[in-house]
Ligand binder design. Structure first.
Ligand SMILES: [Zn+2]
Length: 402
């Protein structure tokens, strides 16, 4: 079965934009891309007229929590649910995510290993959803941030054991908590959490299995620990300073800004149900967060898009809001798309199969009827999406029903 998407504007995940292009998809893969007049369409192929439409690579969100539903108090919500209910909720969130054009997510913390069950169910075609690279439980210190979706550890030996255990369960990335956080009561974002030695033990054990480490860090000291220990990405990077920024640049560490997380929390009124402590912490950091993002962008630090979807009022399916937030802070729409496709794929380590639209890649793509390079926010409008293709099949949008 071959599908020819013809006469379309191609935004391919590198810097190229070309009009009147044709993409040929066979099975799960892109088998040809080129100017429409040069691509020969095999007889029997399904022909789609892409005139007036644009195509971008399937979007990638590098920081979600499918087990959280954007509740005002996510900690209480999880504590009041049975794990089986949380899994059903996660499945619903996975569907909302792919309908929004996100064909891959990196899930960096769930209440148990059921994220790997969900991944398996999606891969076997049982239910719709994005490709998932999951961390499973986050690894944190005793009493640390994110313990409601984490495993509390003490000492390098225990870290090694727990990391090996996570990888055996199916983790494609290891999440460590290197500073306090916003949502966990009693922790401060400025505090360092886990020792440098513990984080290094996590990185070493993960590396032996070929897996990267994503480190949650708001404060600069936590970031420095994680960068020096060899983390591949800093999640949030809220309070970046000169030194931590220079270290990220030197070691090629990725920033996953999650601007949506702090912004949606900080935008709330005191009566919205978000615990007072979380609201105060978010409001105090938003300005610095924006400055940190600008600093990273201006200094050429790798930026991979992530929303922290699932945190309060930061809903699955609204992931594309992050692109608008990045553009509002000075990033070009083209760079926002690259951060959400090619760069995200590199961070996750799947860039040989997804992230750009080229011959030999998996056919993950989004066809839209407006130009996101002119107005990036159109990606948030469901009427913009004409078709979401994952592995060669239209799975969402009007084309999935055609
Ligand atoms: Zn998170």
């Amino acid at each position: 079965m071959t599908i020819a998407i013809r006469h379309i504007r191609l935004i391919n995940g590198t810097r190229a934009v070309r009009d009147d292009m044709t993409i040929l998809v066979r099975g799960t893969k892109i088998v040809a891309v080129g100017p429409s007049k040069e691509i020969r369409i095999p007889t029997g192929a399904t022909r789609l007229n892409g005139r007036g439409l644009s195509v971008i690579p399937g979007l990638i969100d590098c920081h979600v929590h499918l087990c959280l539903g954007g509740e005002a108090d996510v900690v209480s919500a999880l504590e009041s649910e049975l794990p089986s209910y949380t899994l059903l909720k996660s499945a619903r969130h996975a569907q909302a995510t792919i309908e929004a054009g996100f064909t891959t997510v990196r899930d960096v913390g769930s209440r148990d290993h059921s994220i790997f069950t969900l991944k398996q169910a999606i891969e076997s075609g049982l239910m719709p959803g994005p490709r998932i690279v999951g961390a499973g439980l986050a690894i944190c210190m005793i009493g640390g941030h994110a313990r409601f979706i984490g495993r509390e550890v003490e000492g390098a030996d225990q870290v090694r054991k727990v990391v090996a255990d996570q990888i055996a369960a199916g983790a494609g990335v290891i999440k460590v908590i290197a500073s306090g956080g916003v949502l966990t009561p009693g922790t401060s974002p400025d505090d360092v959490q886990m020792t440098a030695e513990e984080i290094a033990a996590a990185v070493d054990t993960a590396r032996e299995a070929g897996k990267p480490v994503a480190a949650h860090a708001h404060g600069a000291s936590g970031m420095k620990h994680a960068i020096q220990a060899g983390a591949r990405s800093i999640e949030h990077a809220t309070l970046l300073d000169e030194e931590s920024g220079a270290l990220m640049k030197r070691y090629g560490v990725y920033m996953v800004p999650t601007l949506s997380a702090l912004a949606t929390t900080a935008a709330c009124r005191p009566s919205c149900g978000i615990p007072e402590s979380a609201l105060a912490k978010a409001k105090a950091m938003t300005k610095r967060h924006k400055a940190s993002f600008k600093q990273a962008y201006d200094n050429g630090i790798f930026i991979a898009m992530g929303t922290d979807a699932g945190t309060p009022f930061n809903y699955h399916g609204e992931n594309a809001q992050e692109l608008e937030r990045m553009v509002a802070l000075g990033m070009s729409p083209m760079d926002a798309i690259i951060a959400s496709t090619a760069t995200a794929a590199k961070l996750i380590g799947i860039h040989e199969s997804v992230g750009i639209l080229a011959k030999g890649m998996e056919a993950d793509l989004v066809i839209v009827n407006r130009n996101p390079l002119r107005r990036i926010e159109v990606l948030q409008d469901r009427d913009t999406i004409v078709g979401v293709m994952k592995a060669g099949k239209f799975v969402a949008g009007p084309l999935a029903k055609a």
